[in-house]
Ligand binder design. Structure first.
Ligand code: SAM
Length: 273
Protein backbone atom coordinates (compact mmCIF):
# COMPACT_ATOMS: atom_id res chain seq x y z
CA UNK A 1 0.00 0.00 0.00
CA UNK A 2 2.89 2.33 -0.69
CA UNK A 3 2.86 5.82 -2.10
CA UNK A 4 5.92 6.81 -4.01
CA UNK A 5 8.45 8.67 -1.82
CA UNK A 6 8.53 11.39 -4.45
CA UNK A 7 4.84 12.08 -3.96
CA UNK A 8 4.76 11.92 -0.17
CA UNK A 9 4.71 15.32 1.49
CA UNK A 10 7.06 16.29 4.29
CA UNK A 11 5.96 14.89 7.62
CA UNK A 12 5.73 18.42 8.95
CA UNK A 13 3.75 19.87 6.07
CA UNK A 14 0.80 22.02 7.11
CA UNK A 15 2.97 23.32 9.93
CA UNK A 16 5.31 26.27 10.17
CA UNK A 17 8.19 24.37 8.59
CA UNK A 18 6.27 23.54 5.38
CA UNK A 19 7.20 25.21 2.09
CA UNK A 20 6.24 28.88 1.90
CA UNK A 21 4.42 28.21 -1.40
CA UNK A 22 2.12 25.64 0.23
CA UNK A 23 -1.50 26.43 1.02
CA UNK A 24 -3.14 24.59 3.91
CA UNK A 25 -6.34 24.43 1.78
CA UNK A 26 -4.57 22.00 -0.58
CA UNK A 27 -4.42 19.36 2.16
CA UNK A 28 -1.66 16.77 1.81
CA UNK A 29 -0.99 17.68 -1.84
CA UNK A 30 0.16 21.34 -1.74
CA UNK A 31 2.41 23.11 -4.26
CA UNK A 32 5.65 21.47 -3.03
CA UNK A 33 4.14 18.00 -3.65
CA UNK A 34 2.27 18.92 -6.85
CA UNK A 35 5.49 20.29 -8.37
CA UNK A 36 7.19 16.89 -8.25
CA UNK A 37 4.13 14.62 -8.51
CA UNK A 38 4.43 13.82 -12.22
CA UNK A 39 8.14 12.95 -12.01
CA UNK A 40 7.39 10.05 -9.66
CA UNK A 41 8.98 6.66 -10.42
CA UNK A 42 5.97 4.75 -9.05
CA UNK A 43 4.59 2.02 -11.36
CA UNK A 44 1.39 4.03 -11.77
CA UNK A 45 3.34 6.58 -13.81
CA UNK A 46 4.70 3.97 -16.24
CA UNK A 47 3.17 4.90 -19.64
CA UNK A 48 2.22 1.24 -20.24
CA UNK A 49 0.27 1.14 -16.95
CA UNK A 50 -1.45 4.45 -17.74
CA UNK A 51 -2.36 3.11 -21.19
CA UNK A 52 -3.91 -0.06 -19.70
CA UNK A 53 -5.77 2.00 -17.08
CA UNK A 54 -7.18 4.36 -19.69
CA UNK A 55 -8.11 1.42 -21.94
CA UNK A 56 -10.31 -0.16 -19.26
CA UNK A 57 -11.87 3.19 -18.31
CA UNK A 58 -12.59 4.18 -21.92
CA UNK A 59 -14.36 0.86 -22.50
CA UNK A 60 -16.51 1.32 -19.39
CA UNK A 61 -17.32 4.94 -20.31
CA UNK A 62 -18.59 3.80 -23.71
CA UNK A 63 -20.30 6.71 -25.41
CA UNK A 64 -20.84 8.59 -22.14
CA UNK A 65 -18.93 11.04 -19.97
CA UNK A 66 -16.51 10.16 -17.16
CA UNK A 67 -16.08 11.71 -13.72
CA UNK A 68 -12.79 11.28 -11.86
CA UNK A 69 -12.94 11.71 -8.09
CA UNK A 70 -9.61 13.23 -6.92
CA UNK A 71 -8.33 13.93 -10.42
CA UNK A 72 -4.95 15.19 -9.16
CA UNK A 73 -2.71 16.47 -11.97
CA UNK A 74 -4.69 14.61 -14.64
CA UNK A 75 -2.33 11.61 -14.87
CA UNK A 76 -5.30 9.48 -16.01
CA UNK A 77 -7.95 12.08 -16.91
CA UNK A 78 -5.85 13.81 -19.58
CA UNK A 79 -5.04 10.68 -21.64
CA UNK A 80 -8.65 9.51 -21.22
CA UNK A 81 -9.89 12.84 -22.61
CA UNK A 82 -7.33 12.55 -25.40
CA UNK A 83 -9.07 9.33 -26.43
CA UNK A 84 -12.26 11.28 -26.93
CA UNK A 85 -14.00 10.57 -23.59
CA UNK A 86 -15.37 13.80 -22.06
CA UNK A 87 -13.89 13.92 -18.53
CA UNK A 88 -14.79 16.04 -15.52
CA UNK A 89 -12.63 15.94 -12.39
CA UNK A 90 -13.23 16.80 -8.73
CA UNK A 91 -10.08 17.74 -6.81
CA UNK A 92 -9.33 19.22 -3.39
CA UNK A 93 -5.89 20.65 -4.17
CA UNK A 94 -5.68 23.71 -6.40
CA UNK A 95 -1.95 23.08 -6.76
CA UNK A 96 -2.56 19.59 -8.19
CA UNK A 97 -5.48 20.72 -10.39
CA UNK A 98 -3.37 23.54 -11.86
CA UNK A 99 -1.26 20.89 -13.65
CA UNK A 100 -4.14 19.16 -15.50
CA UNK A 101 -4.33 21.54 -18.47
CA UNK A 102 -0.56 21.23 -19.15
CA UNK A 103 -0.90 17.61 -20.30
CA UNK A 104 -1.91 16.45 -23.79
CA UNK A 105 -5.71 16.17 -23.59
CA UNK A 106 -5.78 18.00 -20.26
CA UNK A 107 -7.17 21.20 -21.74
CA UNK A 108 -10.37 19.23 -22.44
CA UNK A 109 -10.76 18.13 -18.79
CA UNK A 110 -13.07 20.30 -16.73
CA UNK A 111 -12.08 20.45 -13.05
CA UNK A 112 -14.18 21.44 -10.05
CA UNK A 113 -12.29 22.26 -6.87
CA UNK A 114 -13.97 20.53 -3.95
CA UNK A 115 -14.12 17.60 -1.56
CA UNK A 116 -15.11 14.34 -3.29
CA UNK A 117 -17.14 13.28 -0.25
CA UNK A 118 -19.69 16.05 -0.87
CA UNK A 119 -19.09 17.91 -4.15
CA UNK A 120 -21.71 17.65 -6.89
CA UNK A 121 -21.20 18.74 -10.49
CA UNK A 122 -23.77 19.08 -13.29
CA UNK A 123 -24.22 16.18 -15.71
CA UNK A 124 -25.07 12.47 -15.89
CA UNK A 125 -22.03 10.21 -16.28
CA UNK A 126 -21.62 6.67 -17.57
CA UNK A 127 -18.45 6.22 -15.50
CA UNK A 128 -17.06 7.49 -12.20
CA UNK A 129 -13.64 6.37 -11.01
CA UNK A 130 -11.29 6.78 -8.03
CA UNK A 131 -7.84 5.29 -8.60
CA UNK A 132 -4.30 4.99 -7.17
CA UNK A 133 -5.31 4.10 -3.58
CA UNK A 134 -6.97 7.50 -3.22
CA UNK A 135 -10.08 6.23 -1.44
CA UNK A 136 -7.61 5.63 1.44
CA UNK A 137 -6.84 9.35 1.58
CA UNK A 138 -10.30 9.71 3.11
CA UNK A 139 -9.51 8.53 6.62
CA UNK A 140 -12.99 7.70 7.98
CA UNK A 141 -15.42 4.94 7.00
CA UNK A 142 -18.26 7.48 6.72
CA UNK A 143 -16.14 9.58 4.39
CA UNK A 144 -15.38 6.58 2.21
CA UNK A 145 -19.09 5.71 2.04
CA UNK A 146 -19.68 9.33 0.98
CA UNK A 147 -17.27 8.80 -1.94
CA UNK A 148 -19.56 6.01 -3.16
CA UNK A 149 -22.55 8.32 -2.67
CA UNK A 150 -20.81 10.99 -4.75
CA UNK A 151 -20.20 8.47 -7.53
CA UNK A 152 -23.80 7.17 -7.41
CA UNK A 153 -25.23 10.70 -7.43
CA UNK A 154 -23.53 11.39 -10.76
CA UNK A 155 -24.14 8.08 -12.57
CA UNK A 156 -26.84 7.57 -15.15
CA UNK A 157 -28.74 4.22 -15.25
CA UNK A 158 -26.28 1.43 -16.15
CA UNK A 159 -23.34 3.58 -15.06
CA UNK A 160 -20.20 2.10 -13.46
CA UNK A 161 -17.96 3.13 -10.56
CA UNK A 162 -14.34 1.91 -10.54
CA UNK A 163 -11.98 1.90 -7.56
CA UNK A 164 -8.31 0.88 -7.65
CA UNK A 165 -6.82 0.25 -4.20
CA UNK A 166 -4.41 -2.04 -2.37
CA UNK A 167 -5.54 -5.01 -0.29
CA UNK A 168 -4.72 -4.29 3.38
CA UNK A 169 -1.36 -6.06 4.00
CA UNK A 170 -2.40 -7.65 7.31
CA UNK A 171 -1.27 -11.15 6.23
CA UNK A 172 2.27 -9.75 6.12
CA UNK A 173 2.11 -8.63 9.75
CA UNK A 174 2.81 -11.13 12.58
CA UNK A 175 0.79 -10.81 15.84
CA UNK A 176 2.13 -8.02 18.05
CA UNK A 177 3.64 -6.07 15.16
CA UNK A 178 2.16 -2.95 13.58
CA UNK A 179 4.61 -2.23 10.77
CA UNK A 180 4.94 -3.62 7.25
CA UNK A 181 8.00 -2.61 5.20
CA UNK A 182 7.41 -2.19 1.46
CA UNK A 183 10.89 -1.07 0.40
CA UNK A 184 14.40 -1.36 1.86
CA UNK A 185 16.85 0.05 -0.67
CA UNK A 186 20.37 0.90 0.50
CA UNK A 187 22.27 3.06 -1.98
CA UNK A 188 25.78 1.87 -2.99
CA UNK A 189 26.93 5.49 -2.71
CA UNK A 190 25.76 5.58 0.93
CA UNK A 191 22.42 6.19 2.60
CA UNK A 192 19.33 4.86 0.86
CA UNK A 193 15.57 4.59 1.23
CA UNK A 194 13.25 2.71 3.59
CA UNK A 195 9.47 2.72 3.18
CA UNK A 196 6.99 1.18 5.59
CA UNK A 197 3.31 1.26 6.52
CA UNK A 198 2.31 1.50 10.18
CA UNK A 199 -1.18 0.14 10.75
CA UNK A 200 -3.74 0.52 13.52
CA UNK A 201 -5.96 -2.57 13.23
CA UNK A 202 -8.59 -1.05 15.55
CA UNK A 203 -9.32 2.11 13.53
CA UNK A 204 -8.07 0.82 10.14
CA UNK A 205 -5.99 3.97 9.94
CA UNK A 206 -2.40 3.76 8.83
CA UNK A 207 0.50 5.93 7.85
CA UNK A 208 2.70 5.38 4.83
CA UNK A 209 6.23 6.36 5.88
CA UNK A 210 9.28 7.24 3.80
CA UNK A 211 12.81 7.64 5.19
CA UNK A 212 15.41 8.87 2.71
CA UNK A 213 19.05 9.23 3.79
CA UNK A 214 21.67 10.89 1.56
CA UNK A 215 25.30 9.75 1.16
CA UNK A 216 26.34 12.37 3.74
CA UNK A 217 24.05 10.76 6.34
CA UNK A 218 21.47 13.55 6.46
CA UNK A 219 17.92 12.37 5.98
CA UNK A 220 14.29 13.17 5.49
CA UNK A 221 11.23 11.52 7.04
CA UNK A 222 7.90 11.90 5.25
CA UNK A 223 4.53 10.36 5.97
CA UNK A 224 0.95 10.41 4.76
CA UNK A 225 -2.24 9.31 6.60
CA UNK A 226 -4.66 6.76 5.12
CA UNK A 227 -7.53 4.45 6.06
CA UNK A 228 -7.30 0.93 4.70
CA UNK A 229 -10.48 -0.70 3.46
CA UNK A 230 -11.34 -4.33 2.69
CA UNK A 231 -12.76 -5.42 -0.68
CA UNK A 232 -15.92 -6.77 1.01
CA UNK A 233 -16.26 -3.53 2.96
CA UNK A 234 -16.15 -1.61 -0.33
CA UNK A 235 -18.89 -3.89 -1.70
CA UNK A 236 -21.06 -2.97 1.28
CA UNK A 237 -20.33 0.74 0.76
CA UNK A 238 -21.43 0.26 -2.84
CA UNK A 239 -24.67 -1.41 -1.68
CA UNK A 240 -25.34 1.50 0.68
CA UNK A 241 -24.98 3.83 -2.31
CA UNK A 242 -27.21 1.66 -4.55
CA UNK A 243 -24.58 -0.24 -6.56
CA UNK A 244 -23.48 -3.87 -6.88
CA UNK A 245 -20.15 -5.50 -7.74
CA UNK A 246 -19.85 -6.60 -11.38
CA UNK A 247 -16.05 -7.07 -11.81
CA UNK A 248 -12.99 -7.48 -9.59
CA UNK A 249 -9.56 -7.82 -11.15
CA UNK A 250 -6.09 -7.90 -9.63
CA UNK A 251 -4.91 -5.17 -11.97
CA UNK A 252 -5.74 -3.14 -15.08
CA UNK A 253 -4.65 -6.08 -17.27
CA UNK A 254 -7.82 -7.84 -15.97
CA UNK A 255 -5.89 -10.62 -14.21
CA UNK A 256 -8.41 -12.44 -11.97
CA UNK A 257 -8.42 -11.33 -8.32
CA UNK A 258 -7.19 -14.10 -5.98
CA UNK A 259 -6.36 -14.63 -2.30
CA UNK A 260 -2.79 -13.55 -3.08
CA UNK A 261 -3.68 -10.34 -4.93
CA UNK A 262 -2.07 -7.29 -3.35
CA UNK A 263 -4.37 -4.77 -5.06
CA UNK A 264 -7.63 -4.75 -6.94
CA UNK A 265 -9.54 -2.89 -9.59
CA UNK A 266 -13.22 -3.23 -8.74
CA UNK A 267 -16.24 -2.22 -10.78
CA UNK A 268 -19.73 -1.63 -9.37
CA UNK A 269 -22.87 -0.85 -11.36
CA UNK A 270 -25.93 1.17 -10.37
CA UNK A 271 -28.59 -1.31 -9.13
CA UNK A 272 -31.78 -1.46 -11.18
CA UNK A 273 -29.96 -0.66 -14.40
C1 SAM B 1 -2.38 9.98 -5.04
S1 SAM B 1 -3.15 11.41 -5.74
C2 SAM B 1 -4.05 10.69 -7.08
C3 SAM B 1 -4.33 11.67 -8.17
C4 SAM B 1 -4.86 11.05 -9.46
N1 SAM B 1 -6.16 10.43 -9.25
C5 SAM B 1 -3.89 10.04 -10.00
O1 SAM B 1 -4.27 8.86 -10.12
O2 SAM B 1 -2.76 10.39 -10.29
C6 SAM B 1 -4.40 11.76 -4.56
C7 SAM B 1 -5.22 13.01 -4.90
O3 SAM B 1 -6.41 12.99 -4.14
C8 SAM B 1 -6.74 14.31 -3.77
N2 SAM B 1 -7.67 14.24 -2.66
C9 SAM B 1 -7.43 13.70 -1.42
N3 SAM B 1 -8.53 13.78 -0.67
C10 SAM B 1 -9.49 14.37 -1.44
C11 SAM B 1 -10.86 14.70 -1.23
N4 SAM B 1 -11.46 14.44 -0.07
N5 SAM B 1 -11.54 15.28 -2.24
C12 SAM B 1 -10.94 15.55 -3.43
N6 SAM B 1 -9.65 15.25 -3.70
C13 SAM B 1 -8.94 14.66 -2.71
C14 SAM B 1 -5.38 14.89 -3.44
O4 SAM B 1 -5.40 16.31 -3.40
C15 SAM B 1 -4.54 14.33 -4.57
O5 SAM B 1 -4.56 15.16 -5.70
Amino acid sequence: MSTDPGTAPDAVQNSSTGSSTDSIDDGWFPESVAARYDSSTDREFDPAVVERTVGVLAELAGDGDALELAVGTGRVAAPLARRGVPVHGIELSRAMAARVADKPGGDQVEVTIGDMTSTRVPGAFSLAYLVFNTIGNVTTQDGQVDCFRTAAAHLRPGGHFVVEVGVPPLRRMPPGQDTVPFAVAPDDAGGGYVGFDRLDVVTQRFTSNHVTVGPDGTGRFRWLPFRYVWPAELDLMARIAGMRLVRRWEDWDRTPFTADSERHVSVWQVIGS
